[in-house]
Design a protein around this ligand. Sequence first.
Ligand code: ADP
Length: 185
Amino acid sequence: MSERRGFTVWFTGLSGAGKTTIAEIVGPELEARGGLVEYLDGDVVRTHLSKGLGFSKEDRDTNIERIGWVASRFTRAGAWTLVSAISPYAATRNTARGMVEEFGPFIEVFVDTSVEECARRDVKGLYAKAFSGEIKEFTGVSDPYEAPPEADVHLRTEGSSPEESAAALVAALEEKGLIGPKVAA
Ligand code: ADP
């Protein structure tokens, strides 16, 4: 088995689309299959690695390039790395892909949820502020989001539970030969 072969699963999608939720369900599932799992969550990264960066295109790109670099190192070390970051720009996601692919597979997962649905969920209370103009440069409302035209895995969360979305991703990783069956405890 290739348990120790690192790879990166890169979740992209709007704020509130479900990136973190799905990563948190998939992570333990991957551990049960023998992986050493690392998480790079955009909100967490912005509290240390990217502290001080804002939401201009330049700062967003810098943030994603830093996450891509760390993901490449984790991948090199054999970790199964789950990145949850809006990562709105296709070119920057491709830069991250290039860094990771020096060491292992990069699986782009489009967590596809409409702005309307994300605003309805409004998990962090940000959409109300974005629509009122209190928060500027908000992805999907007042800032661009470039949906991946050909994501490796496309999860449409509307009409699916988080568990169903996570299971679809695990099945796709199995199909790609990246993970094996659960190992006995
Ligand atoms: P993000 O990390 O993309 O900003 P979160 O994971 O923080 O988003 O929030 C997503 C919200 O959407 C959660 O409240 C989650 O329960 C809900 N949700 C509903 N359906 C799904 C689904 N199929 N997959 C993931 N999350 C979903």
